[in-house]
Design a protein around this ligand. Structure first.
Ligand SMILES: Cc1cc2nc3c(=O)[nH]c(=O)nc-3n(C[C@H](O)[C@H](O)[C@H](O)COP(=O)(O)OP(=O)(O)OC[C@H]3O[C@@H](n4cnc5c(N)ncnc54)[C@H](O)[C@@H]3O)c2cc1C
Length: 324
């Protein structure tokens, strides 16, 4: 049963940040993840601070330098359908289009998608796991077929977002506003590994809100894409996924590459190994095979998720092959 809580709908960002900083507050955007967590008592709330009265957090608009600004309350459906996103930031449009189901994409926001909590069944279930302040990660010796192969330590969750890997590949920044002011940082620096803090997935401080996502103008000829492999075709989280953003020289050699994996680590996992394997190379069969091997260097599969190794290799070869 859903516990009772107060619901407040501030009319200014300053008021929202102040209320969100108070003990017992939880931030509410579309609610598609938050309300499930409260219903299942993953965590509790005395007060929901709804962002839905803050019109300045809505919308998608061009920036003066030719980039794009996504308000935190832009829905995932709006992002997926936006003409400029589809044309110039294809990886993001493709990532947003495979989030959940049409209903959830209409309700869920881009800010909520980046701040959503992990889907690990031990974290979501009735287990005092490390992420909830306990001393055991039950996935290590338990049912771990959907867990991490990179970046695990005291916790082996995978980050659930499909838009985050695409946004990191596209060099997005996020603006965070809190009681002490605002800061802007690369999205890549927003996420936190368990070894740094096992109880949180991102750097947000109490009262701090993600207010917008800023995409820089894409380089000339930038090609980008996102694909995830999932157990069901209708809707499902990624067992593994990959976003890329690549530019080619006129002779088809790779001039710049950013590659980010999803479904394999507690944070969207930037694969510098793959980027190094393709830089300065033509994306021919030999390079694709080398990049696929490079993608899984350092992977540490658990007892039941070794299949992700081959899945990642297949994704890397397939997606880089598309970039040509
Ligand atoms: C059945 C189901 C399937 C799903 N499948 C997918 C999937 O395939 N891929 C995927 O990526 N996601 C998936 N999701 C996750 C998620 O619901 C959506 O991605 C959605 O975008 C979350 O946005 P929201 O606005 O509803 O977030 P909310 O539920 O309102 O918030 C989510 C979390 O983020 C915090 N938060 C929200 N906005 C902000 C903000 N601006 N600043 C600071 N904190 C904030 C909230 O406090 C909460 O902890 C799924 C969810 C469900 C229920």
């Amino acid at each position: 049963m859903l516990q009772s809580f107060a619901y407040v709908k501030p009319r200014s960002l300053t008021e929202a940040a102040k209320l969100a900083a108070e003990p017992g507050s939880r931030v509410h955007a579309g609610g598609s993840d938050l309300l499930g967590c409260l219903r299942d008592h993953v965590f509790n709330a005395q007060r929901l601070v709804s962002l839905t009265g803050l019109d300045e957090l809505r919308g998608i608009s061009a920036t003066s330098d030719g980039g794009l600004r996504l308000g935190a309350l832009a829905t995932v459906a709006e992002v997926a359908a936006h003409a400029v996103v589809k044309e110039r930031f294809a990886a993001l449009a493709q990532g947003a289009a495979v989030v959940a189901s049409p209903q959830l994409r209409n309700q869920g926001t881009i800010g909520g998608n980046l701040c959503q909590r992990p889907r690990c069944w031990y974290y979501r279930g009735d287990y005092a796991c490390t992420r909830k302040g306990g001393d055991t990660c039950y996935a290590i010796d338990g049912e771990n077929q959907y867990h991490a192969i990179f970046g695990g330590s005291s916790c082996w969750i995978v980050h659930p977002s499909d838009t985050a890997p695409a946004l990191i590949a596209l060099e997005a920044k996020v603006r965070l506003t809190g009681p002490k002011g605002y800061r802007t940082l690369p999205l890549e620096k927003f996420f936190v590994l368990p070894e740094d803090d096992v109880t949180k997935e991102n750097v947000l401080e109490p009262g701090e809100l993600l207010t917008e996502v800023i995409l820089p103008p894409p380089a000339n000829g930038l090609r980008s894409g996102y694909k995830k492999v999932r157990a069901r075709g209708s809707w499902d989280f990624a067992m593994a996924g990959m976003a890329y953003a690549i530019t080619l020289e006129p002779d088809k050699k790779v001039a710049a590459a950013r590659v980010v994996l999803s479904g394999v680590a507690p944070i969207p996992w930037r694969s510098l190994n793959v980027e190094q394997a393709v830089l300065g190379q033509r994306l021919d069969a030999r390079t694709l095979a080398k990049a696929a091997d490079a993608a899984v260097v350092g992977a540490r599969p658990l007892a039941q998720n070794g299949y992700k190794i081959e899945m990642v290799k297949g994704l890397v070869a397939e997606m880089l092959g598309r970039a040509v």
